[in-house]
Design a protein around this ligand. Structure first.
Ligand code: GDP
Length: 359
């Protein structure tokens, strides 16, 4: 699927860069343009992408801190300039636009929904968001920011593919140490999905194409992506169980949004050397995903790759009823209530401190 990427904020710019680098390294050519937008000059400087600095009049290149309302405001004021810069990158070949952002911060959290809304007014191709949810260990402000951003994005975007920052983190690493590894993991998985929709010459009709990704995401709302890989034998017939076991792991333990298993629609993509992919295995995995997700709309296909391993991707559309999303929204709501109470009654901070007042 020919895709234009727009990274908003620090995480957005870094992730867009990782995706472009993965696509280049693999020679997929699925990403046809990429741009990074930020209100913090220092975060744009290291990126090997075309960049747009917004909000110079208000924050003078220093960023918006964690203020996502300000993030939305500066993006809206500079919308004309942003859309002008995007225009040169979004060619007629583009089949989709993906706006990438960390939802817990300021510029990406507030700015990404504005960029999506502006793009929807101008372009006919679907506009998706790739949003990073703060991990459970991140503070209340991140959770509230992400809750508000997600709500707005889900309304404006054709679909929001969510990645929980805890989902693909290697155990034992702190959040900051883990970012590079998480970004690599996201780039590999999302990059494979985008490339799987590319036409492959001379291969049969079971190959995935862009319309299948678009149709899977058509239900809107929130989407999740699962991934798992394993060694494969040379003979396709020997790999039926491998396809099944990778599909199971992709859905149950390898998902970008853990515990999201009820879905409106799904797409299972099996990537490997063409001769190693068992049709029967793909069909069996497709049916298993139908049972597991309760969806009657499960598509399946191959992605022929020069790889001896089998990698299975499971894209789920319409997962907003999942436990993780519900828990997250509940947590964001609680964090907002707490913040509100603290603001309303400054004395609550001293409620249990056992200090005597001076008079
Ligand atoms: P912004 O620049 O104001 O948009 O803020 P950030 O992009 O730094 O957003 C903060 C949120 O994104 C937090 O939840 C961070 O955990 C997360 N984040 C920051 N940098 C990265 C990164 O490189 N990768 C990932 N996966 N998450 C990040």
């Amino acid at each position: 699927m020919k895709t234009v990427l727009i990274g908003v904020g620090q995480a957005g710019g870094k992730l867009a860069t990782s995706l472009v680098e993965f696509d280049d390294r693999m020679g997929f050519d699925a990403i046809t343009g990429a741009l990074a937008i930020n209100s913090a000059k220092a975060d744009l400087q290291p990126l090997p992408l075309e960049t747009v600095l917004v909000g110079q009049d208000k924050v003078n290149g220093h960023g918006v801190g964690g203020d996502n309302e300000l993030g939305a405001e500066v993006m809206q004021s500079d919308a004309r300039e942003v859309m002008g810069a995007l225009d040169g990158n979004i060619t007629a070949a583009a089949e989709a636009i993906v706006v990438v952002a960390g939802l817990g911060g300021g510029t990406g959290s507030g700015g990404a929904p504005v960029v999506v809304k502006e793009l929807q007014r101008v372009y006919d191709v679907p506009v998706y968001a790739l949003g990073v949810l703060p991990g459970r260990g991140e503070g209340a402000m991140f959770q509230v920011n992400a809750g508000r951003s997600l709500k707005t994005l889900a309304r404006e975007a054709d679909s929001v593919l969510l990645v929980d920052n805890d989902a693909w983190r290697s155990s034992g690493e702190s959040m900051e140490e883990g970012y590079d590894a998480i970004n690599e993991a996201i780039a590999r998985r999302v990059g494979l999905l985008l490339a799987s929709g590319e036409a492959v010459e001379g291969v049969g009709e079971s190959v995935v194409d862009s319309s299948e990704i678009i149709n899977t995401l058509r239900s809107g709302g929130i989407a999740s992506l699962g991934y798992a890989s394993a060694e494969a034998g040379e003979d396709a017939a020997d790999n039926i169980n491998t396809v099944m076991s990778t599909a199971r792991r992709a859905l149950l333990t390898g998902a970008s949004l853990p515990d999201a298993t009820t879905a409106d629609s799904a797409l299972v993509v099996v990537a490997a050397e063409s001769d190693r992919i068992p049709r029967k295995g793909v069909e069996r995995a497709r049916r298993w995903i139908e049972d597991e997700t309760g969806s009657m709309q499960v598509r399946g296909g191959d992605f022929p790759l020069g790889s001896e391993r089998i990698a299975t991707l499971v894209l789920l559309g319409g997962v907003e009823r999942s436990t993780r999303v519900e828990q997250f929204i509940e947590r964001a709501k609680e964090a907002r209530e707490e913040a509100k109470q603290e603001r309303q009654d400054p004395n609550t901070a001293f409620a249990n401190d056992e200090l005597d007042s001076l008079f």
